[in-house]
Ligand binder design. Structure first.
Ligand SMILES: *Cc1c(COP(=O)(O)O)cnc(C)c1O
Length: 440
């Protein structure tokens, strides 16, 4: 996988109104060689830029993986730390990354979900990749860890983001550990659990009167303004690096399956970034010879109340029409998902699908996962489990194949979703009272 680094001019990044001066060749981001446009393939040097100067397409990290021997790489990974840095040779981070103060996320449990499999009629092996086990209890720690390294490399002193909740907490915590300032932006009406998690790490938290899409638009304006100078927005001007963190989910799933591709993966969609990078990670493992090349299908999961990608998939469209979100799955409530069209491509190319479930089905699925596997998922996990159930019922997902379902967040942050869950009985502290309750 040799990568041609066409060292183009330093003016490469002016399109985003961020100076390209920090994109010097001395930037050490390990095997990352350049940024390349996902639309036209145009290459620019590594820097805090995210849009192509030629066609305004999104930029992504391109690597030089030449010189990697599959056996040696596998041994090196297996001897690495029990966190995402075991995959440092495949990420846009310096070689000594594991020694720097950071949250060391990842290497979360891949739970063999036999009880859930019985309930859903899956016979080919069902697994839950449980990312609630990350330091701030969502998958976002993976992506923020990459953005933090890019922020360090480019000399940013404030870490920022637009967030549907989980990202704000992950950025606050990462900045605290790294000794950076943080200032994060969220819609003002998020769940209490998300707000507290975002605020407790001591950075600045700003609630914006509007939807996530309004928050995101505001952040894009701030980047172009002197008020945002020196700020690294993990999911805006650092987005190419941030997005690479989701590849670690693909790497871990395959390694935990014994260096084997799963047949089917069910992934939640907010912006769609995670899903597209899981696909990128799987393709890299195949190209590097770390897993055997065989077909896999990727399924996308949304809430009905915010289902722009699912609606486009079902209608056979290539473009995604924005929606105004109204769902309890607030972490996935992005009405205008940046990676929507790429998600459609991947679902269609791999033979997968994109499906959605109602809020009631999300709650049912949260309870189902909790009661069968002892995993308390946030609403996003209810979305993936609910969609898995629906896809099996509709004959779209094959229950005889190995299937991995992602749980990307912790139920403690979205307690309202299961409000009304409480004690089976309240009794006096006497045996008589206990017998009367009929639980003996
Ligand atoms: C952010 C988030 C996702 C996915 O986000 P993408 O923008 O699609 O990458 C999934 N689950 C949870 C809980 C999240 O917070």
């Amino acid at each position: 996988m040799a990568v041609q680094t066409t060292a183009s001019s330093a003016a490469a990044s002016t399109v985003t109104a961020v100076t390209a001066s920090s994109a010097s060749p001395s930037v050490d981001l390990g095997p990352a060689a350049a940024l390349s446009c996902r639309e036209c393939g145009h290459r620019v040097p590594l820097g805090p830029v995210f849009a192509c100067e030629e066609c305004f397409g999104p930029l992504e990290v391109a690597y030089d993986f030449s010189g990697y021997d599959a056996e040696e790489l596998r041994r090196r990974i297996e001897a690495g730390p029990a966190n995402i840095w075991r995959y440092a040779p495949l990420l846009p981070v310096p070689a000594d990354v594991a020694g720097k103060p950071n949250l060391n996320p990842g290497w979360t449990q891949l739970v063999k979900a036999d009880n859930l499999a019985r309930e859903l009629g899956v016979t080919g092996g069902l697994y839950v990749k449980d990312d609630s086990g990350n330091p701030t209890h969502s998958f976002k720690d993976r992506v923020v860890a990459q953005a933090l390294e890019a922020a360090r490399a480019f000399g940013f002193t404030t870490l920022s983001c637009s967030s549907t909740g989980n990202l704000a907490g992950a950025v606050g915590a990462a900045a605290a550990r790294a000794g950076l300032r943080s200032c994060v932006f969220i819609p003002h009406d998020l769940e209490q659990g998300k707000v507290v998690m975002a605020a407790v790490y001591g950075g600045d938290l700003v609630g914006i009167e509007g939807t996530y899409d309004d928050v995101n638009r505001f952040c894009s304006e701030l980047i172009g303004d002197p008020a945002g100078e020196g700020w690294g927005f993990v999911n805006v001007n650092l987005r190419p690096y941030y997005a690479e963190g989701s590849k670690t989910l693909a790497y871990e799933i395959c390694e935990q399956l014994g260096w084997r591709l799963p047949d089917q993966i069910v992934v939640p969609i907010a912006s769609g970034s995670q899903l597209t990078k899981i696909d990128k990670g799987l393709r890299e493992l195949i190209a590097l010879g770390l897993v055997e090349d065989r077909p896999y299908k990727i399924f996308g999961a949304q809430a009905e109340g915010c289902s722009p990608v699912s609606a486009a998939f079902k209608a056979g469209h290539d473009v995604v029409r924005p929606q105004k979100p109204d769902t309890i799955a607030k972490s996935l409530a992005i009405g205008n998902p940046a990676d929507g069209p790429y998600v459609l491509d991947i679902a269609r190319r791999t033979g997968g699908a994109v499906e959605d479930v109602t809020d009631a089905q999300i709650v049912d699925a949260i309870r189902l996962l909790a009661r069968t596997e002892g995993i308390f998922a946030e609403t996003a996990g209810g979305v993936t489990v609910g969609v898995t159930r629906k896809l099996i019922e509709n004959g779209v997902l094959d229950p005889t194949l190995t299937t991995v379902v992602l749980n990307t967040g912790d139920g403690l942050k979205t307690l309202d979703a299961v409000a009304g869950t409480g004690p089976t009985a309240v009794i006096r502290p006497t045996l008589d009272s206990f017998r009367e309750a009929g639980l003996a």
